[in-house]
Design a protein around this ligand. Structure first.
Ligand SMILES: NC(=O)c1ccc[n+]([C@@H]2O[C@H](COP(=O)([O-])OP(=O)(O)OC[C@H]3O[C@@H](n4cnc5c(N)ncnc54)[C@H](OP(=O)(O)O)[C@@H]3O)[C@@H](O)[C@H]2O)c1
Length: 222
């Protein structure tokens, strides 16, 4: 699959590398095409670099690593109709954080900016260091990736791409739930800032199924 990145920073580099290993064709985009070409060279395989506009025009799946809506950094959004856009952005985490101010999502803003594209929130809860592991190691560890989006076919595409790099997708429902995944990133980053550990990821590790030992669940609160 032809996967492009808006921005050629840290997440673009590690994910571009991971999907290159899985056999995908990667295009890095940047405000400075020289920079994206040099990132492509660093990654190798058949990765190429260019402008963010070129990514919009030529790639089937686009990963936005820019904390801003597409119309603010590409010349036209008309090439994006029907395309799958993975939004992995998290807001800046201020020290005087007030969660009630953040009940909207960056992914929702992108969907509003480009209504004809299919936005999927994903990969915002894996720090870049997680991708130091190869797909086999992530699979073995059972590392999960929560996603949210409104288009089932787009979500299926993203699920397959996550599988390719060793992550186990967990569907969190519609894009209106993306704010929860962004909030989750605030929790993980707060933990990371406090401990220096960037390898913790959100995960529902399931207990084995067993017959009730003390009766079934009865009416009550959750
Ligand atoms: N790093 C992590 O571990 C991690 C994990 C999960 C999610 N995230 C989220 O992923 C996003 C990217 O993180 P990152 O670590 O990859 O950051 P980064 O290394 O700073 O890369 C972001 C890229 O965005 C581009 N950019 C920045 N401001 C821009 C603007 N005003 N207009 C156009 N392009 C602009 C720059 O690309 P060019 O200079 O090439 O134009 C920059 O390299 C953030 O929202 C972050 O919260 C990060």
């Amino acid at each position: 699959m032809r996967i492009g990145f808006w921005g050629s920073g840290n997440m673009a580099r590690v994910l571009g590398g991971a999907w290159s290993v899985a056999g995908h064709q990667i295009t890095f985009g940047s405000r400075d095409a020289e920079k994206s070409r040099s990132v492509a060279e660093e990654i190798g395989f058949s990765a190429i670099g260019g402008t963010n506009d070129a990514v919009a025009e030529t790639c089937e799946v686009i990963v936005s690593t820019i904390r801003a809506v597409p119309s603010s950094f590409i010349t036209s959004t008309s090439a994006l109709a029907g395309k799958v856009i993975i939004d992995l952005n998290n807001r800046d985490l201020p020290r005087d954080y007030k969660p009630e101010e953040f009940l909207h999502s960056l992914a929702g803003a992108t969907q509003k900016d480009v209504p004809s594209a299919r936005i999927v929130k994903a990969l915002n809860n894996q720090a870049m260091e997680v991708f130091n592991c190869d797909a086999a190691a992530l699979r073995e560890a059972g590392v999960q990736a929560f996603i949210a989006g409104d288009d089932n076919e787009a979500k299926q595409t993203v699920i397959e791409l996550l599988n390719d790099i060793g992550l186990k997708p967990v569907d969190f429902g519609p894009l209106s739930n993306a704010w929860l995944l962004e909030l989750q990133a605030d929790i993980l980053r707060t933990y990371m800032f406090a401990t220096g550990n960037s390898l913790v990821t959100p995960g529902f590790i399931e207990a084995p199924r067993a017959e009730p030992r003390f009766g079934e669940r009865r009416k009550g609160t959750y």
